[in-house]
Design a protein around this ligand. Structure first.
Ligand code: KG4
Ligand code: ZN
Length: 334
């Protein structure tokens, strides 16, 4: 049997990434060009700048991904691309590149939802067992998703205000840490010997929704108070207190979702899945509860094209191809 090679393109935010994935599970190449250095001086992603950067890099990244994979264009089976959600200008660059490539090589096109990509990054770890629950935690999303069977998603709960990664980044900024702040909070929290106590937003009993903006305000209030009193507050204690509060709520709700839906697995997905504290707490709790937990390797947690290739393969095997009229959809729902 001929292997199925899918070339996948991801440009939904500030990472330009192209991958070649073999049979949905074997990553032959996964090139990620981060624009973090460019956006850092602005303290966040500037959409117009992001799309321009994607335009500058996409062509050579496609070439590089094919070269590293040692797969010739003639051997490819399909072209996959993230068609939403994300920044419209950024998505468009990937979309145009994918359509051009598919047209030139006469290959089918497969549009992939960015969050489905994050969830199916876990396919790169091993077979999935349905029904399952995925805890999706990224810079733009915080969702508990019930996946009844392959490709059938139901959102059980989501954030009512900030996404969890966004909260990490905002708290980091208040602590004067560089952008993106998530990894810096992670490091400080890891080093801290103590933590300050901050509130947890559980919301109504039974709700799977989240809210992080109150927690962020609580951090700002603590910092302001210390400043006014002229007290020195160790940023590491604040980082750890914040992270503990976030993790408590995420872990509790994800575990309850698994229990209440009778899921066979819990998957962790999205950029914040790189957080050491979250990985450790979730692993510990799942071990206690006897819940099989799957966590992607670090490089497949933050935005990358390999996860898009993994998700696209599932559509490929079911013959779910996209039309060449496919549009970039900034608010695409799962
Ligand atoms: O999934 P992702 O790469 O992009 C989106 O689709 O949003 O997630 C990026 C987010 C950023 O907010 C970043 O601060 C956060 O993930 N992040 C982390 C860590 N690494 C990345 N947050 C906490 N701890 C980390 N180690
Ligand atoms: Zn993402």
């Amino acid at each position: 049997k001929q292997p199925c090679y899918i070339v996948a393109i991801e440009t939904s935010c500030d990472e330009t990434s192209v991958a070649v994935v073999e049979d949905g599970t074997k990553v032959r190449s996964n090139i990620v060009s981060s624009q973090i250095e460019t956006h850092r001086k602005f303290g966040g992603v500037v959409p117009e700048v992001a799309s321009r950067k994607h335009v500058e890099t996409i062509t050579w990244i496609i070439e590089e991904a094919l070269r590293e994979a040692r797969v010739s264009p003639a051997e490819l089976s399909a072209v996959a691309v993230t068609h939403g959600p994300g920044l419209v200008g950024s998505l468009l660059v990937g979309m145009v590149a994918a359509k051009a490539l598919a047209t030139a090589l006469e290959l089918p096109l497969i549009g992939v939802h960015h969050i489905a990509g994050h969830i199916y990054a876990n396919r790169l770890v091993g077979e999935l067992e349905y029904p399952l629950v995925a805890l999706v935690v990224s810079g733009g999303h915080t969702e508990i998703v019930h996946v009844q069977e392959e490709g059938r998603f139901r959102i059980l709960g989501l954030t009512r205000d900030d996404a969890v990664g966004e909260a990490f980044d905002k708290v980091a900024r208040a602590l004067q840490l560089p952008y993106p702040g998530g990894p810096h909070i992670d490091r400080l929290a890891h080093e801290a010997k103590e933590s300050i106590t901050l509130p947890r937003a559980w919301l109504e009993p039974g709700s799977y929704d989240f809210s992080f903006s109150g927690l962020k305000s609580a951090v700002l209030a603590v910092l302001n108070q210390a400043k006014m009193k002229g007290e020195a507050l160790d940023p590491a204690h604040v980082a750890r207190g914040f992270q503990e509060s976030v993790i408590d709520v995420l872990v509790e709700k994800a575990v309850r979702a698994v229990r209440e839906t009778g899921a066979r697995q819990l998957l962790l997905a999205g950029g914040v899945a790189a957080n050491r504290g979250l990985r450790t707490e979730l692993a510990g709790r799942c071990a206690e509860e006897g819940i099989p937990l799957v966590i992607p390797p670090f490089e497949y947690c933050t935005d990358n094209a390999a996860m898009i290739g993994a998700a696209a393969y599932l559509k490929y095997t079911r013959g779910q191809f996209s039309s060449f009229d496919m549009k970039a959809e900034p608010l695409l729902s799962l």
